[in-house]
Design a binder for this molecule. Structure first.
Ligand code: COA
Length: 180
């Protein structure tokens, strides 16, 4: 798979089932990490199936994040809606040694710009648990704003997107948005 250079020694590449390792599986099964994720538990086979499904899904782009040759996490845009020109961001820096050092901010900055350009999107949303302070701080640094706090020119599009993909408002999560 083609490597896409992000910055310094960091690159991303589309993930394939053969890229799934026990180390990657261990990130998902780690309680400190999965408390912030949708998936809470997996096995090598389940994880390979998950990656294959994402690879085949026309409305998803799912990349591994690599430092030199080392897989350190994943980043994706899913629920891509070509009509509304909207998608939803997900990121996990699985290797804890790479967290809170500014990598997340730099990778998201690169990846959102790259996705706006290559996927023809105007808006990239995300959902995050309110208790995930580190993630929220990172998203704010990348220019994300909490949806309910802003008066969007695109508010009808955002509303349609939230309804279509069943982003349900709850007390635990906030939704944020980045505009091209
Ligand atoms: C969320 C995530 C992508 C952020 O990437 P990162 O590289 O760790 O983030 P950054 O270092 O760029 O920015 C994090 C900021 O939060 C701060 N921070 C870290 N831990 C914190 C804490 N416990 N309380 C308050 N701030 C904290 C950092 O100091 C940094 O802010 P600063 O640059 O002003 O100092 C990464 O930590 C991760 O993958 N976490 C596990 C999975 C996850 O939560 N995914 C997101 C699901 S929505």
């Amino acid at each position: 798979m083609t490597k896409i250079h992000c910055f310094d020694d960091i690159y991303i590449k589309l993930l394939l089932p053969e890229d799934v390792t026990e180390e990657y599986v261990s990130w998902i099964n780690d309680s400190e990490t999965n408390k912030y994720l949708v998936t809470q538990k997996t096995s090598l086979n389940e994880c390979k199936k998950y990656v294959l499904n994402k690879y085949k899904d026309n409305n998803t782009v799912f990349y591994g994040i690599y430092h030199n040759e080392r897989h350190i996490g994943n980043i994706k845009i899913e629920k891509i809606d070509n009509k509304l020109k909207c998608g939803c961001l997900g990121i996990m820096i699985g290797n804890k040694n790479y967290r809170s050092k500014g990598y997340g901010t730099k990778i998201i900055n690169f990846f959102c710009k790259y996705s706006f350009d290559t996927l023809n999107l105007n808006l990239i949303l995300l959902g995050v648990l309110k208790e995930n302070i580190r993630a929220i701080k990172c998203y704010l640094k990348c220019g994300y704003k909490e949806i309910k706090n802003i008066n969007l020119v695109n508010s009808k599009i955002v509303n349609d997107y939230l309804i279509k993909y069943k982003f349900i408002n709850d007390d635990e999560r906030i939704y944020m948005i980045l505009v091209k």
